[in-house]
Ligand binder design. Structure first.
Ligand code: CAA
Length: 260
């Protein structure tokens, strides 16, 4: 499918999905959110894709937030529907079988940071600036940010970011655990794709089951999470990939995983 605001390029099982509205610093309007939902669904279904890198077009921004010009005229009901639309994208990313890595190349603000937080982890360039400026606009985060940021870095640091609207630079975002690693801008995409390629070569069902266990386990008690992990672990013993992976180890050869 063709998209007006997105670019998709797939090389060696790694798809790079780029939000492409650089004149608006890749801000998320309803159209972009709808396209993102379709594109992510297609990538998750595509057997030729094993990992996704999500980034923003241009040199300045990953995504500078939800589109303020579109939101400015919304009434309460429309605001609610818009938040649910953004949350649908974020929740879908968390439920996808395929891992998604954010390559944050500039501003990741408001809905842009919420999109990055929905990824399985985040790499950033030294130019990255992350924050929740919503309170400076008279609103609050609405695409899952209050929930996902507090779960990731704890309520105290999340509260400081959300209540002040201040941006963190890449090093501080890394020190606070929002970003896994920081790279020079010209290396970010290559480094992110390098990690995505490592993931694309291991067992896809192992990766998707682990993603499921981490994402869903966070919403369970530890004991229920352990039970859920053991159930998923057991199911993997019904797959060809488990036989191939362990067989290859015993036979001292490279495993060739089929994802089944
Ligand atoms: N929505 C719509 N347009 C945006 C935008 C956004 N979130 N962010 C930037 N743009 C547009 C600007 O309006 C400008 O367009 P025009 O040239 O047509 O005026 C263009 O992108 C370039 O931006 P600036 O001229 O402002 O660039 P700058 O370098 O001076 O500043 C910036 C960069 C600090 C990121 C600034 O653009 C900014 O503060 N943007 C808004 C960030 C923000 O508040 N994001 C949160 C939105 S609310 C939200 O996301 C709610 C939610 O949780 C769902």
């Amino acid at each position: 499918m063709e998209f007006k605001n997105l670019l998709i390029e797939t090389v060696d099982s790694v798809a790079t999905l780029t939000v492409n509205r650089p004149k608006s610093l890749n801000a998320l309007n309803s159209e972009v959110l709808g396209e993102l939902e379709c594109a992510l669904y297609e990538l998750d279904q595509d057997a030729g894709v094993k990992a996704v890198v999500l980034t923003g077009a241009g040199e300045r921004a990953f995504v500078a937030g939800a589109d303020i010009k579109e939101m400015a005229g919304m009434n309460a009901y429309e605001g609610h529907v818009f938040a649910r639309k953004g949350q649908q994208v974020v929740l879908f990313m968390e439920r996808m079988k395929k891992p998604v890595i954010a390559a944050v190349n500039g501003y990741a603000l408001g809905g842009g940071l919420e999109l990055a937080l929905a990824c399985d982890f985040i790499y950033a360039s030294t130019k990255a600036r992350v924050g929740f400026p919503e309170v400076t606009l008279g609103i609050m985060p609405g695409f899952g940010g209050t929930q996902n940021l507090a779960r990731l870095i704890g309520p105290n640091r999340a509260n400081e970011m959300i209540f002040t609207g201040r941006m963190l630079d890449a090093d501080k975002a890394c020190a606070w655990g929002i970003v896994n690693e920081v790279f020079p801008p010209e290396e970010l995409l290559a480094k992110t794709r390098e990690t995505a390629h490592v993931i694309a070569q291991v067992a896809p069902l192992g990766v998707s089951s682990a993603k499921d266990a981490v994402a869903n386990g966070l919403n369970m008690s530890k004991e229920d999470g352990f039970r859920y992990e053991a159930a998923l672990f057991g199911v993997l013993f019904a797959t060809g990939d488990q036989r191939e992976g362990m067989g290859a180890f015993v036979e001292k050869r490279q495993a060739a995983f089929q994802g089944k």
